[in-house]
Design a protein around this ligand. Sequence first.
Ligand SMILES: [Zn+2]
Length: 389
Amino acid sequence: MLFTTYIPTRILFGAGQLAHLHEQKLPGRKALIVISAGKSVHATGALPRLEAELKTAGVASVVFAGIQPNPTKSSIMAGAARARAEGCDFVVGLGGGSSIDAAKAIALMAANPGDYWDYIASGSGKGLPIPHKPLPIVAITTTAGTGTEADPWTVVTKEDTNEKIGFGTDDTFPVLSVVDPELMRSIPAHLTAFQGFDALFHSTEGYFAKCATPVSDLFALKAIELIGQHLPTAVAEGGNLAAREGVALANTLAGLVESTSSCTSEHSLEHALSGHHPTLPHGAGLIMLSLAYYRHFAATGACDSRLIAMARALGRTEADKPLDFVEALADLQRRCGVAELKMSDYGITRAKIPQYIANARATMGGLFAVDPAPLSDADCAAILEESYR
Ligand SMILES: [Zn+2]
């Protein structure tokens, strides 16, 4: 048994924790606060509260509000230029995965020369070494989906080439993360479901990946169990704090899975879809692919005991065959109102399936290497065809 675990993030978890931010040791004197371009961050009221917390702690701040749902390379470069111009010495991501991922990439580029894609190690990225340590990162999450507050990963899209690539180093872990479920009560039902399923798939992929470890297994099974218990209630009753807490905990644990194991090719295939069709929410893309994807691996016989354990964690205590997980997943999708999503609604076409597969291999090809069994291009095509509606 050989494994390494490294998670250098202090996590403040629980309802009301945002009010304790000023008591923490903050990593600088002037923060660039990164938020989305949309209205959702204002619905939580979190921005003025964050600014007041920083002020109480004697920290100055400026706001950069230019981040789209799938953050683009140009917005990262603009944010980094702003951080340099304002003399910021750390970056705070406030919002969902997009804002926090963007904060990480901005922190990297505020401290380093050239273009973000110079450092990206796959696709058309140059894979150059990073000369300087990124600025320190603080993450304040207002959604429960990406787990980015507990991992080093940032996903950015290069608009002109439709490349949506995950990247990160030991220095892009947040130094401090606040996970306050009170901030999550205003998330609309459909986004709660999309984000919750993203957290679920970080856990299921990380649990059946070939690189899973005894540590990631603990986080993954608990996260899957919490999603099964709490996601339908969080979707149906957004104001239910106990349900929001359960899903928030699942999401943070799922982030720890991403820090100790890895996502698999389900994420590569999804990034190809939302890389080409940026209006497709990441979680929705995963949901659309998931039944065919896990059915494929159930048929390989390569991960039977893992799929059975995941079915049991989702609440099927009598599960004794791999397809029980696919049934439990389909059932959870029905209970969360996301069983009828259609790829065609987002502009995805059957004719482009070979293009999506080539993109998945070129941009996120590394994840195929940790799949529980080899996945050929023909297998990928069959999964996409079966998922297409
Ligand atoms: Zn994801």
